[in-house]
Design a protein around this ligand. Structure first.
Ligand SMILES: Nc1ncnc2c1ncn2[C@@H]1O[C@H](COP(=O)(O)OP(=O)(O)OP(=O)(O)O)[C@@H](O)[C@H]1O
Length: 310
C-alpha cells in the first residue's frame, strides 16, 4: 500500500490525525461518525470474530495474537503504519492466508481458509487494493460477475437453459440492475469498465462486491488513489450500503481523515500487534497510537528512526 505524502517530521507539531486530515486535503471528516443507523454492539452476535491470530512469514511476524470483533451493521476500520499487518489480517479473514495460530469465526462459526466461491456463500465479499475488474466487460456485466459464485442452478442447467437457470438468470440481472441504480451507475451501465475514470471503477468494484448482499464486506484500501471528491462520494456510498443492506464492513484505509469520519470503531495495528481499539475519538487520543504514527523508536531500533506512512 502506498503511504500518503508526508513525513513524521512534518507531523510533529500536531496529532497525526489532525495532520492526516490536512495532508489528505480533508478539512473536515467526511460526515458524522456512525451514520444514521447505529451499529449494534452485541458481542455474542458478532458477525466476525478473530481470536488470537498470529501469522509469520519466515522470521517476520506479520500478526501477533490479534483479536478483533465486528458487530452487525458496524463499519470497522483497521489502520496502522506501513507493514503493520493490515493486509495480512484481511487476507486471513478472506481465507487467502492460513494463520499459524488463532481462529476466525464468522457468525459464531469457526472457519478455515476456504476458496472464494465458498466464502461468497458464507456471506463474505471483498474488494482488492488494486482494481480487479474485467476491463473489457460492461459495468453491468462486471456487477453480474459478483453473483456467479452464488447462483444455485447447475452448470448444465445454465447451458441448456433449464427453467431454474432462466429464473436464476433473471434474478441475477434484477439484483445487478438494482445495485447499479443504488450506486448511481445507471448512466454508465453499458460502458466497458476499463474506460471509466478511476473513481467510478472503484465504485463498480463496490457494486460487484455488494450485489450478493454480503453480511460482511472487506474493503482493502477502497479510497486509494482517489481525488478528495471521489473519496467523499465513495465514503457516502459505503455508509449507505451499511444503512440500506445492513452489511458489516471492515476497511483498511490510509486516509485517516476519512477513516475517522466513516468508522464506528477503529483498531490500530503496529508491528503486527493490536495497540488500540475503540471509537475514533478514543483512538485519536491514544498515546500509543500517536507514538506509532509519529515513529517513536522501539527499543530495538536506532534512536531517531522515524516511520512515516500516514
Ligand atoms: N507474502 C508475504 N511474504 C513475506 N512477507 C510478507 C508477505 N505479506 C506481508 N509480509 C510482511 O508482513 C508484514 C505485514 O505486512 P502487511 O502487508 O500485512 O502490512 P500492511 O499494514 O498492510 O502494510 P502496507 O500499509 O504497507 O500495505 C510486513 O513486514 C510485510 O513485509
Amino acid at each position: 500500500m502506498n503511504a500518503a505524502p508526508g513525513t513524521a517530521s512534518a507531523l510533529s507539531s500536531a496529532s497525526p490525525f489532525e495532520a492526516g486530515l490536512a495532508l489528505d486535503g480533508f478539512d473536515a471528516p467526511v460526515s458524522e461518525t456512525a451514520g444514521s443507523v447505529p451499529a449494534a454492539r452485541d458481542t455474542a452476535g458478532a458477525v466476525l470474530r478473530i481470536e488470537g491470530v498470529s501469522l509469520a512469514f519466515g522470521g517476520v511476524a506479520a500478526l501477533v495474537d490479534v483479536d478483533l470483533e465486528v458487530a452487525p451493521r458496524e463499519i470497522r476500520a483497521v489502520i496502522g503504519p506501513n507493514g503493520a499487518g493490515k493486509s495480512s489480517l484481511i487476507n486471513v479473514v478472506s481465507g487467502l492466508y492460513r494463520p499459524d495460530r488463532g481462529r476466525v469465526l464468522l457468525a459464531g462459526e469457526s472457519f478455515a481458509p476456504v476458496p472464494t466461491a465458498r466464502l461468497a456463500r458464507l456471506g463474505v465479499a471483498r474488494t482488492f487494493q488494486n482494481l480487479a475488474l474485467f476491463k473489457g466487460l460492461s459495468v453491468i456485466d462486471n456487477v453480474v460477475m459478483g453473483l456467479t459464485q452464488t447462483v444455485r442452478s447447475s452448470f448444465l442447467g445454465q447451458i441448456f437453459g433449464s427453467p431454474r437457470a432462466r429464473r436464476d438468470e433473471a434474478e441475477t440481472r434484477a439484483r445487478a440492475e438494482a445495485i447499479v441504480e443504488f450506486l448511481h451507475l445507471t448512466a454508465v451501465r453499458d460502458k466497458p469498465a476499463g474506460t471509466l475514470p478511476y473513481g467510478l471503477q472503484k465504485r463498480v468494484e463496490l457494486a460487484r462486491a455488494l450485489v450478493a448482499r454480503p453480511k460482511l464486506l472487506l474493503l482493502d484500501e477502497p479510497l486509494a488513489g482517489m481525488t478528495v471528491t471521489e473519496k467523499r462520494e465513495l465514503s457516502g456510498y459505503i455508509r449507505n450500503a451499511r444503512d440500506t443492506y445492513g452489511t458489516s464492513i471492515v476497511l483498511i484505509e490510509h486516509d485517516i481523515g476519512v477513516v475517522m469520519g466513516l468508522s464506528d470503531r477503529v483498531a490500530v495495528l503496529d508491528y503486527g500487534r493490536k495497540i488500540a481499539d475503540g471509537t475514533p475519538d478514543e483512538v485519536r487520543r491514544d498515546q500509543a497510537v500517536i507514538d506509532a504514527y509519529l515513529g517513536v523508536a522501539h527499543d530495538d531500533e536506532a534512536p531517531g528512526n522515524v516511520r512515516g506512512g500516514v
